[in-house]
Every structure is written in C-alpha cells, then in structure tokens.
Design a protein around this ligand. Sequence first.
Ligand code: PMP
Length: 351
Amino acid sequence: MYTLNKKIINLVPYEPISGTYDIRLDANECPDNLPEFIREDIKAEIDKLAFNRYPDPMASSVVEAFASYYGINSALVTAGNGSDELIFLIEAAFLEKGDKMLVVSPDFSMYNFYSSICEVECETFVKNDNLDIDVDALIEKVNSDGIKLLMFSNPCNPTGRGITADEARRLVTSVDALVILDEAYMDFWDQSLLSEVEKYSNLIVFRTASKAVGSAALRLGFAVANETISRAVKAVKSPYNVNSFSQAAGAVIFKNKEYLQNRQKTIVKNRETLYNGLMELGKAQEDFTPIESVANFVFVRTSQAEKIFAYLKSKSIVVRLMGSYLRITAGTGQEVEQVLNSIREYFEVTA
Ligand code: PMP
C-alpha cells in the first residue's frame, strides 16, 4: 500500500477566501481590470499565437518589456510562473538538503512553506515590536547561525513596513549568504535594489506582475540577479514555465509605462486615504492601531480583528484576517470609503 511521505502527508491544498463579495480587499491585488485599450492590444497578440508550438523558454518578449520598463539589462532577468514558482525553485536548487535558510516574522508565509518540501531547515528571525527589521541583529543572526539563504519581502507583506535601500545594501554586503529580496510591492515605494544586482555576488531581487502591474491572472514573476546567478536560475527552471498567453500579454502590458505609473500613484493616494481614515477611527478606540505602510495595503492591530472581519464580511467586504491583525488592501477610492464607513459603523453598533 502506497503511503504519502511525512513531508506531505499533512499538507492541505491552498484555499483562498471563497465566495462572492462586492468588495475584495483581501489579496493585495490591483482594484481595477486592465483598461480596454490594453486588452485590445493583448487580443491582437493572442490572435497571432502559434497554438501548436511550445512557448519561448526564455520568455524573451516579456523579459525585454519588463527590463525596458525598469531600465535594466534583460540578460539578468528570468521569468517565472509567478514569484511563487521562483521561491520554490530557488529554495530547491540553491540549497542542499539540510542547509539552513532564514525568514523573518511576520512575513509572506510561502517562503517557510516550501522549505520543508525542499528538506531544508528554516529558522525564523522575529521583528521588533514596531514590526521593523533590526538590520544589525539580522546580519548577526545570518552570520552566526550558518545561514545559506535569507529570504524576505521588502516592502513586507503583511506589515507594509520596509527597510531603506541603504539598509538593504548594508545587509547584502555584510552577510555570508544568498539574499532574496522579494520586491513584490516595491512599485509603491522607491527603495529598490533592482538596478544594482550586478554589484553583488549574493543577491536576487524578485518582482511580480501581480500587484502594481495589475495582472495577477497571468502568473508572471521575475528573478533579477547577476549573470552567474541568472544563468543558474535559467538552467534549473523547467523549460516552458511561462505559457505563451502570459508572455504575449505581459509584453503588451509592460509597454504601457505611463498608464501603469499613473495607476500606481492613484493606489498610493488611496492607501494614504485608507491609512488616514483608519488613524482617525483609531483615535476614538483604545485598541485599534494602523501601521504606517509603504505598500498597497494597511496592517491594523486590534483585539477585535475577528469581529471586525466578520462584520465586514456581512457587508460583503472581505479583508484578510491574521490573528489579532487585519490586512486591508487599498482598493478604489470608493472601496476605501466604503470599508472605512463600515468599520466606523461596526464601532457604532458595538459601542
Ligand atoms: N511575494 C509576496 C511578498 C507576496 O505578497 C506575493 C503575493 N501575495 C507573492 C510574492 C506572490 O506573487 P506572485 O503572484 O507573483 O506569485
């Protein structure tokens, strides 16, 4: 009788929040679909696809468009089937069985999740009470514990906090480990190391089309690193990891720089409105603390998280519940107004 091994026997399939809600603020997605004029251009490209052929293994068209959008060298970019694939791939290939990796907490849970499947040891560095990373303490931990790989998000999901480019540089140059800087939300801030990867022997920067680029449906992630590391990433990935639809669509989308950047500015403005509104609500409450964010969401500490989550759900608004925190994505201006009104209403009803 075949039995599943102990790495996987207790795993359950990922279940995102299901159901239909009027307002989705749970997954840090972009609130609007791509506009008609971009979707028309994508349709024209899809129409030209050779459906009988395998995709371009190097995803050249979308990699070129991505590199040109960010002003970097396309030879240093590898496309993945979402950053999720790249996280798994890097842990599986750049670590050997029993090696130690380090994650920080709180952070994106998938880094830790894949480590057990890859049979690597995953240690955790806990952030300080303000949810910021003490960079010196982190450097010390990496170097004294024999860590081979450090992976964290900057800006951080779920806290919305970030370390500056100077701090990130100091970290990368002070540790004896490969550093994966997951910049999934860096389009909303300006402290990226994306254009500097060639200077470091031990840095991979991740980017994604799922957040500020508003294309989560495509599953497009990017690993950017020096030539040696990039060659290795390309060598270990499965050959046809990004399908032809996503390559074609991504190549069109990244050519619309002005549109994308304007939309990002609007999202940042909406996040500020959300943060300020939550701060205002927090003034009247003993225990409701929004954390200042540099991403497209706001993390709020409150012992009433579960109750507020349920109340919002009853109003057809879904946010992310994480213990005694809520993570609320900055949606459209109207969505932000509605979530703020509903939380205010919750406090009135329960007063
Ligand atoms: N990194 C971080 C920090 C994220 O928050 C997410 C999505 N929640 C991802 C990576 C995954 O991105 P992708 O859609 O490209 O797999």
